[in-house]
Design a protein around this ligand. Structure first.
Ligand SMILES: [Zn+2]
Length: 305
């Protein structure tokens, strides 16, 4: 069934949520950590965010018909949810990167994973302004192949804030390619993400300046560093989109695939996960922006598929 959960026009970023059947908007806010804070600060931030997110997410079983009602973002304190990171985080690598786009330099883990295909391209030093106008360019690309619709249909739009030097169409094509991979969420036939160039959608990805991202993520505090999923918005901090995080060893492609799968994963009801053991692949719902916690980076929900 096509769930047309109460679709809202994507442009509506406001907090208005309609109550009607909206399934889409699961409003919990997840957040993604970003680099640059001091490790501790970062950790705390992330933890707080996770809590929030998890809280919102937990309990929402995603069934096709589920509904996600638009609830609002839950602010920080959530009850007990699976939060991961914390302690381990400290041991992880991490210098603070973000601000500087540096590629692979730091790698915490002993093994440097082979970078993904194009990843060799070290994140170029793209300068992202801290503040933006809040105005967006919506992707209208026609280069995305129509996916075979299987399971629940989730229609999404992609928008890039005007001041951010990222091409909206390329970003949309990247996301679509990620969703089309059988290792992504729809690989089991349970759902299909469908890119929509105009009109209403279930969820919109916004690649924005740090300040605008923070606004999208309120009431959670993303500190100008991380990304989040807030209701029907997947708010991606442009610094993360263009620079990734140091512990991905310069593998920006993998990092972006991770970001897409992780944040949209929240939208379809997934909460955070923890690293299952040293050296294992990190579940995609581990907050890998924050650290790998002994695991290996992994952008896919089902890496073995
Ligand atoms: Zn998250």
């Amino acid at each position: 069934m096509r769930e047309s959960k109460g679709r809202r026009s994507d442009g509506t970023e406001s907090a208005t949520r309609r109550s009607g059947g909206a399934s889409r908007a699961r409003r919990a806010l997840p957040r993604e950590p970003g680099p640059s804070l001091t490790r501790r600060g970062w950790t705390s931030l992330v933890t707080a965010i996770c809590l929030v997110v998890a809280a919102g997410v937990v309990g929402l079983g995603w069934t096709g018909a589920t509904t996600a009602r638009p609830g609002r973002a839950v602010p920080q304190a959530a009850s007990g949810l699976p939060v991961q990171q914390s302690a381990p985080a400290e041991s992880t690598p991490a210098p603070d990167p973000s601000a500087s786009a540096q590629p692979s330099s730091t790698s915490p883990e002993p093994k440097k994973s082979p970078k993904a295909e194009q990843s060799s391209t070290a994140p170029a030093a793209v300068k992202i302004p801290k503040h933006g106008s809040g105005k967006y360019t919506r992707a209208t690309t026609t280069k995305i192949p129509k996916p075979k619709k299987r399971g629940q249909i989730i229609r999404y739009a992609v928008k890039v804030e005007k001041e951010v030097p990222v091409d909206a169409n390329e970003a949309a094509e990247f996301m679509a390619a990620t969703f089309a991979d059988k290792r992504s969420w729809g690989g089991d036939g349970s759902l299909t993400f469908v890119f929509v160039p105009k009109g209403e959608v279930d969820v919109t990805a916004y690649i924005s300046t740090p300040d605008t991202t923070d606004k999208h993520c309120l009431p959670s505090d993303t500190g100008g560093k991380v990304s989040c999923r807030n209701g029907a918005k997947v708010a991606l901090n442009a610094n993360r989109w263009t620079q990734g995080v140091p512990h991905f060893d310069g593998d920006l492609v993998s990092y972006k695939q991770y970001l897409v799968n992780h944040e949209f994963g929240h939208f379809i009801g997934h909460g955070h996960a923890t690293c299952p053991g040293k050296g294992k692949l990190a579940p995609v719902m581990v907050q890998q922006t924050h650290g790998l916690f002994g695991c290996k980076k992994n952008p896919w929900p089902s890496p073995k598929r």
